[in-house]
Design a protein. Structure first.
Ligand SMILES: *[C@@H]1O[C@H](CO)[C@@H](O)[C@H](O)[C@H]1NC(C)=O
Length: 283
């Protein structure tokens, strides 16, 4: 009975055992692969694997199979692979269970890793890529696979020939990118290590500049408009500004025909003509 229980316990332990975590920070630098163990991993061994276009499959590096240290000299690749453009990774193994392959990346720059520079502006992030360096010089069959996304979220992939700007970004958030070469739609070489940039807030200076530009635009429209009104619509303005003036009726009660002058004293009742104008004739 006790034996049976122990047996069950052992089977349960084996079944519940998870594969080891991925090795961390797998860096490819000057034909050395280095990594750091995932936290609290014991009895773990590592196996380095590579993938070249020529081979077409992932193979173990013979000198770095089930090793317990955390680096591997892969200088032999230099001669073996065409252009040295191999993909590399390392997996952890414990009790016959293996982790996924943790892909290596290159921080230092290397002919088979794209050189990447990120630049962030308040409303976009640009991934600058060069076509004049490294493997990109091999010709137009070479493209870039960009892994891009918000920090902490799954990245999306974009294929591009040259530099790309991403506009769907939010100010104050971190965005990251990593780039790998594509050759005839096959991934080659080691990806560049993930770089991140924070999207800057539009600064006070920019806001001031925007305000000044807005004022200038308004003035450019308003000044000619005022000038036009002043020069050509003066009469209409005067008309509009005139008060609706009416002479009160009692004004006419005592003074009748204020503008009429009698021509003959003999006939005071005679209706006289209005004087429209008086001409002076020079003698
Ligand atoms: C890696 O191995 C090569 C020979 O295969 C050797 O020349 C080189 O010094 C080694 N690098 C290191 C850092 O051990």
């Amino acid at each position: 009975m006790v034996l049976l229980l122990m047996c069950f316990h052992f089977i349960a332990q084996v079944l519940s055992e998870a594969p080891p975590d991925l090795p961390q920070n797998v860096l490819f630098d000057n034909w050395q692969l280095t990594w750091t163990p995932a936290t609290e991993e014991h009895n773990v061994t590592y196996t380095v694997r590579y993938h070249s276009l020529d081979a077409g499959i992932w193979k173990d590096v013979p000198t770095c199979k089930r090793i317990s240290f955390t680096s591997c000299n892969v200088t032999f690749m230099k001669a073996e692979a065409d252009h040295g453009c191999v993909m590399m990774g390392v997996l952890a193994e414990r009790h016959g269970l293996t982790s996924e392959l943790a892909r290596a990346c290159s921080k230092q720059g290397f002919s088979c890793s794209p050189e990447v520079v990120l630049s962030a502006r308040p409303d976009f992030l640009t991934v600058h890529l060069s076509r004049n360096s490294g493997f990109a010089q091999e010709g137009y069959h070479v493209k870039h696979r960009i892994y891009f996304g918000k920090k902490g979220e799954p990245f999306e992939t974009y294929d591009a020939v040259s530099s790309v700007s991403f506009h769907e970004v939010k100010e104050g958030e971190h965005y990251c990118a990593s780039v790998q070469y594509l050759y005839f739609d096959h991934l080659v070489g080691v990806a560049s290590c993930t770089q991140c940039q924070v999207i800057p807030q539009s600064s006070e200076a920019t806001k001031h500049l925007e305000a000044i530009v807005a004022v200038v635009i308004v003035l450019v429209i308003l000044i000619p408009l005022f000038a036009y009104i002043c020069l050509f619509q003066r009469k209409r303005i005067k008309e509009l500004l005139q008060p609706s003036y009416k002479i009160p009726n009692h004004f006419f009660l005592d003074v009748r025909h204020p503008y009429r002058i009698p021509i003959s004293s003999n006939s005071p009742t005679e209706v006289c003509d209005d004087i429209a104008s008086v001409d002076f004739i020079k003698q």
